[in-house]
Design a protein around this ligand. Structure first.
Ligand SMILES: Nc1ncnc2c1ncn2[C@@H]1O[C@H](COP(=O)(O)OP(=O)(O)OP(=O)(O)O)[C@@H](O)[C@H]1O
Ligand SMILES: [Mg+2]
Length: 332
């Protein structure tokens, strides 16, 4: 395999959660993720950005096979995979690992770092007879000497060190893909960059395929090769990270960028006027047509009734937006 090869891919990924209640106890569904395509490539970071509730974590959990999907396909090296038993789930976890937002919640407070990492190495048959594998793991996440950390409990470490341990535990499986769900958003701003740089270094050295989920489109530009923008359960724009962040095409992406905190801009009235106005739509009864139309400053009549397909944007290969603004004149 060479860098850039597809490791993990989702096609038409869809998750509808059943919801209780409603008139006559009708069976209703929350459309958390609808028809999402994602490709994770070896040695590449794909960022998924979007506001709270847009379905980012659900996509990661579906890719990790933690939820059954409503429809769509997940392919590992081109082979469709469905995890049906504990054994097939373990085999899948060996290749696809997840890192969560809150390292405090993902590490057990009553166990030491040694316990967490030993257990992860044993599950994947990589422990060996002495501490060598443990020391290597901690060195990979730049926690050395290992002796300083191995017998500590999670609460004795800083937030950044805890997240490094959580990353080390994910690496114990020697995975090919890492699904990182807001891995730095709970950390102090001053140490976020260090953890992102560590992930970037691991991506290069281990040729990992990384999904990086974030609210922060600026960090996606810094860290990712490709950006996917999610809105109300759907991906509305995609392309290489420089193009999507510098020449955003979808009105939602533009507003997301305009309302992102920018240290170079003095937060004033002008900045705030560009914020995404209004509430995210109901996912139980999503708006017809384009789901963004009720909040879109550029909505046209057809946006209210017809869902836009992915349309190519500009002359940058692979840049697309699901927006009628990019339909050829007179088409449709
Ligand atoms: N297990 C579940 N059962 C029912 N609804 C769920 C479940 N998990 C998520 N949802 C709903 O699916 C939608 C998408 O949630 P998700 O957690 O994927 O969003 P997100 O983009 O990760 O948000 P955030 O940025 O706040 O983490 C939300 O409306 C959420 O309430
Ligand atoms: Mg989330």
């Amino acid at each position: 395999m060479s860098p850039g090869d597809t490791v993990l891919e989702a096609v038409g990924l869809t998750k509808h959660f059943p919801v209780r209640g409603g008139l006559l106890r009708a069976r209703r569904h929350l459309h958390a993720v609808d028809d999402v395509n994602v490709v994770l490539r070896r040695g590449h970071v794909t960022a998924m950005v979007g506001e709270s509730g847009s379905g980012k974590s659900t996509v990661a959990r579906l890719l990790a096979q933690l939820h059954p999907r409503t429809s769509g396909e997940i392919r590992l090296h081109g082979e469709p995979v469905s995890v049906r038993s504990g054994r097939s789930f373990r085999a899948y976890c060996r290749r696809v690992q997840m890192v969560f937002q809150d390292p405090f919640a993902s590490l057990n407070p009553v166990h030491t770092i040694r316990y967490h990492l030993t257990r992860a190495l044993r599950i994947h048959g990589r422990m060996g007879k002495d501490d060598t594998a443990l020391e290597e793991l901690l060195a990979r996440v730049q926690l050395s000497p290992a002796s300083r950390y191995l017998d500590k409990f999670p609460h004795e470490l800083s937030g950044g060190q805890r997240q490094r341990v959580a990353i080390a535990r994910a690496l114990a499986a020697d995975p090919e893909a890492l699904l990182a769900d807001e891995p730095v958003s709970m950390l102090d701003v001053s140490i976020r960059l260090g953890v992102l740089n560590l992930l970037r270094d691991l991506k290069d050295r281990l040729d990992l395929a990384i999904l990086y989920i974030t609210h922060d489109i600026a960090s996606a530009r810094y860290f990712a090769d490709e950006v996917l923008v999610m809105y109300a359960g759907q991906v509305v724009e995609g392309g290489d990270s420089e193009t999507v962040t510098q020449n955003a095409a979808h009105p939602y992406t533009r507003l997301l960028i305009a309302s992102a905190p920018d240290p170079d801009r003095i937060a004033g009235k002008a900045a705030r006027e560009e914020e995404v106005k209004g509430e995210p739509p109901s996912l139980i009864d999503p708006p017809p047509g384009c789901r963004f139309h009720p909040r879109c400053p550029l909505a046209m009549p057809r946006c209210r009734t017809q869902a836009p397909p992915r349309l190519p944007v500009g002359d940058q290969d692979g840049h697309w937006a699901a927006c009628w603004l990019y339909a050829a004149e007179g088409a449709g």
